[in-house]
Design a protein around this ligand. Structure first.
Ligand SMILES: [Fe+2]
Length: 269
């Protein structure tokens, strides 16, 4: 079975692998829209990417077109009425969830970005730890809730053929994929999420758990450049002086690589 997601996603990440033996069918490109978290999350990516420079709107193509407007994150409308999921998800619960909880993430995200902007203007990074935590908390909260609303549909839906093929390949069967997702959701420790995701290097579907969601990462962003500050990365040479390691990493930083990945992520529909 051709793995039609992989080439497109790999290119988007600047990690295009050899897919020459695969039967890439362009007619199936819309498979990106059927519900893998990674595919949907690209919509959020462009919001973080910065300027509205006229490039193709990834948000538009991934069902999150109303989550960011005029330079601000905004609370998107639900793709259905508040009572549309009853009785499985009652109106009162859904309304509070959307209007109070999701709205709180949006407000917090915009507020945190304003504070980070002030920090950058004043070069005062004394609150960077708290601000980074707030950014991850509110950013993931916003993106995951945007995905969550679209992850439900009145009456549910069948698994489309394209996704069904991928599930069979990566989980053994559609029912196994469904069962793993449900089991993961039930077993999340305390607060969190079950996440049906696409891993672009291996081109695989995965089920992940996210405990809480704010552990200093925003689900949905595309990494452009990273610095490893696990002790194994520097301890032999720098012992406990992580600061020296980071300072020297910054002298080695490959911003050209970051630019390539940014261009790749921005340029694809
Ligand atoms: Fe929630």
């Amino acid at each position: 079975m051709a793995w039609v997601f992989s080439k497109k996603i790999a290119k988007r990440f600047g990690l295009e692998r050899d897919v020459s033996n695969m039967n890439i069918k362009t007619s199936r490109r819309n498979a990106l829209k059927v519900g893998t978290l990674a595919a949907l999350s690209f919509g959020a990516y462009r919001s973080f990417a910065g300027p509205n420079d006229g490039s193709v709107s990834l948000r538009q193509s991934t069902l999150l077109s109303d989550a960011f407007e005029d330079g601000k994150y905004v609370l998107p409308k639900l793709p259905y009425d508040y009572n549309a999921l009853e009785p499985l998800y009652e109106q009162r619960t859904l309304k509070i969830h959307h209007q109070k909880h999701h709205a709180g993430y949006v407000k917090g995200l915009n507020r945190t970005l304003e504070k980070l902007s002030q920090a950058n203007q004043t070069r005062d990074y004394s609150s960077i730890k708290a601000l980074s935590r707030a950014l991850a908390f509110h950013g993931s909260g916003h993106i995951l809730h945007c995905l969550f609303w679209h992850s439900m549909k009145p009456g549910g839906s069948k698994v489309p053929d394209e996704l069904s093929d991928a599930m069979k390949r990566d989980f053994g069967s559609v029912s196994a994929a469904r069962m793993q997702f449900a089991a993961a959701a039930k077993a999340v420790e305390a607060s969190g999420w079950a996440i049906f995701a696409y891993e672009p290097i291996g081109g695989k579907l995965l089920v992940l758990q996210a405990e809480k969601h704010q552990n200093l990462s925003i689900w949905g962003v595309v990494p452009l450049m990273v610095c490893d500050v696990w002790e194994h990365a520097y301890y032999l040479q720098y012992a406990n002086d992580r600061g020296a390691w980071v300072d020297n990493f910054m002298k080695l930083a490959n911003w050209e690589f970051a630019q390539k990945r940014l261009s790749s992520a921005r340029s694809k529909v």
